[in-house]
Design a protein around this ligand. Sequence first.
Ligand SMILES: Nc1ncnc2c1ncn2[C@@H]1O[C@H](COP(=O)(O)OP(=O)(O)O)[C@@H](O)[C@H]1O
Ligand SMILES: [Mg+2]
Length: 311
Amino acid sequence: MTFLKVRELKKHFKDVKAVNEINFEVKKGEIFGLLGPNGAGKSTTISMISTLVHPDGGDIFYKGESILKNPKPLQKKLGVVPQEIALYPTLTGYENLRFWGNVYGLNGSLLKQRIEEVSKIIGIKDRLKHQIEKYSGGMKRRLNIGAALLHEPELLIMDEPTVGIDPQSRNHILDTVLELNKKGMTIIYTSHYMEEVEYLCSRISIMDQGQIIASGSKGELVEIIKGNKRINLKFDNISDTLLGKIKEISYINNVEIISDEVAITTNNGEAIFKDIINKVSETDSSILSIDVKKPNLEEVFLHLTGKALRD
Ligand SMILES: Nc1ncnc2c1ncn2[C@@H]1O[C@H](COP(=O)(O)OP(=O)(O)O)[C@@H](O)[C@H]1O
Ligand SMILES: [Mg+2]
């Protein structure tokens, strides 16, 4: 039986189709990624799985049972790390964990023991005595994750847990996700960072404008753009003439300037180098370097939507 099944799930806010009849499944023991740009509908989806927002249509099944009909079994086994930090700034880290533990029905020596264990996992044991308002962004994030782990959830949902934090905390969080998963926790991880989802997730759904536009393992998703190549070119100078000449090559699908490089995608890997060199020789620019990129989820997204994942 599928662990978690999302069927025709829908949520509209007036004329905004935040989530528009999406389907996906999460298997027990996996890290499932929901990848999409800001506004794709990830948080709205998460809110519905967390039973905080009631869908306009569709349903979610936890171990075969509708969570709309009976939310209790999932609620008991669910930990949610919301996108917005949910902590009391004037309380200490310890007091915040104790508060969330109480919310989950934990108290006494069991709660004390769980706080001990959780603070080890999130790596902030020595900071628990300090007030949250003295924490860095990364520390707050970690504590927010800790709060969701106190009752040992079977399913952990993390909504963009690394936005706006320092690289060290980010790496720590990614390691923590892998560590928790190794111990058997099923995780749903949302992000607009392609690299994180590629690194962590066994299966991924790519979401855009309220819809899931592709699902699969990273390998399966990259298959969608099989035959497509991404090539980054550096020039001594980039002019409109140069870009115009490159765009004359009929089988180039997309030309973009990314910082000081010209990025092109093509489905004709064979003739491209010769044709580019010919076209460039008709301008007063010269090529400094050519870099053929391995296809990644960024390219899949670009291919499916015609826009970059990072806006
Ligand atoms: N409570 C709300 N009221 C009105 N519009 C909303 C509300 N929540 C989300 N939206 C809109 O729904 C869309 C999806 O938002 P969201 O689920 O937060 O996307 P994401 O988490 O992928 O960035 C956006 O256009 C957002 O503005
Ligand atoms: Mg969001």
